[in-house]
Design a protein around this ligand. Structure first.
Ligand SMILES: [Zn+2]
Length: 224
C-alpha cells in the first residue's frame, strides 16, 4: 500500500474493501475494475465505483464518485479529516479532485510498478530458474522471491497458477494442487505462471528463461 500525503497509519481493511468493490464492479459489468472508499473518523463515509461505461460519463471514476457521495452524505464541499482508499493509483483527474476536496490522505493499491517488482524478483531468481529447468513445481521458491521483491504483499493472500493449474491459494498449498500434472506442465518448452497478490489493480507480464546445467557450463568454461 502506498500513500501520497500525510496521515495516521492506514487501515488495510478499507483498502481490501475498495479492491473487493472494484472486482465486483468488473464482474457485474457496471464499469472498470476500479473503486474507492472515503473514511472519516474510522468509518466508511462513502463508496464509489467506476461507472464510466454505464453512465456514459468519462469523469465517473471511482474516486470522483466516492468524493461526490461523501460530500453529499456529510453535507459539505470539503473532506478535511477524511481519507481516501482506492484500488489503483489515482489518475491525474482524480488526484486533482482529491486535492480540491482537501482529503487528508490517499491510500492506493499496488501499482503496475509493484507488480513489475514482484515479477522481476521471480524471473531473476536462480533458485526459481533452476527449479524450472528440472520441471519442479516448487512454488515455495516463488513465494520466497515475492518476499524479498520489495512489492506490497500479504503472505496470506497470494494465489498462484501454473497455466490453468491452481497451485497456491491464500498463501498455502491449494487443495487441488496436483504435483504430477504441474510437473508435466513445466516440461513444456514454454509455460506461463500467473500470480495474484490481491494488492490492487496493477499488473505486469514478464518473460524469462530457466537456468540449465548447459547454461552454467557454457558460462563457466571460459574466462573473460
Ligand atoms: Zn481517475
Amino acid at each position: 500500500m502506498s500513500k501520497l500525503t500525510r496521515s495516521t497509519e492506514p487501515n488495510p481493511e478499507f483498502l481490501r474493501h475498495a479492491i473487493a468493490l472494484a472486482s465486483e464492479n468488473a464482474r457485474s459489468g457496471s464499469g472498470g475494475p476500479f473503486a474507492a472508499v472515503i473514511v472519516g473518523e474510522g468509518r466508511i463515509v462513502s463508496e464509489g465505483v467506476n461507472s464510466v461505461t454505464s453512465t456514459l460519463d468519462p469523469t465517473a471514476h471511482g474516486e470522483v464518485n466516492a468524493i461526490r457521495a461523501a460530500c453529499k452524505a456529510l453535507g459539505t464541499f470539503t473532506l478535511e479529516g477524511c481519507e481516501l482508499y482506492t484500488s489503483c493509483q489515482p489518475c491525474p483527474m482524480c488526484l486533482a479532485a482529491c486535492y480540491w476536496s482537501r482529503l487528508d490522505a490517499i491510500y492506493y493499491g499496488a501499482s503496475d510498478a509493484d507488480a513489475a517488482r514482484a515479477a522481476k524478483a521471480i524471473a531473476h531468481s536462480a533458485l526459481v530458474k533452476t527449479a524450472w529447468a528440472g520441471s519442479d513445481p516448487n512454488w515455495g521458491r516463488l513465494v520466497a522471491a515475492l518476499g524479498y521483491s520489495g512489492a506490497a504483499i500479504d503472505p496470506q493472500r497470494i494465489d498462484i497458477w501454473f497455466g490453468a493449474l491452481r497451485i497456491c491459494r491464500d498463501g498455502g498449498r491449494a487443495a487441488e494442487f496436483d504435483e504430477l500434472a504441474a510437473h508435466d506442465y513445466l516440461k513444456q518448452p514454454e509455460f506461463s505462471i500467473r500470480i495474484d497478490l490481491h494488492q490492487g489493480e496493477g499488473s505486469c507480464v514478464f518473460w524469462t528463461t530457466d537456468l540449465t546445467t548447459a547454461y552454467v557450463h557454457i558460462n563457466a568454461d571460459y574466462s573473460s
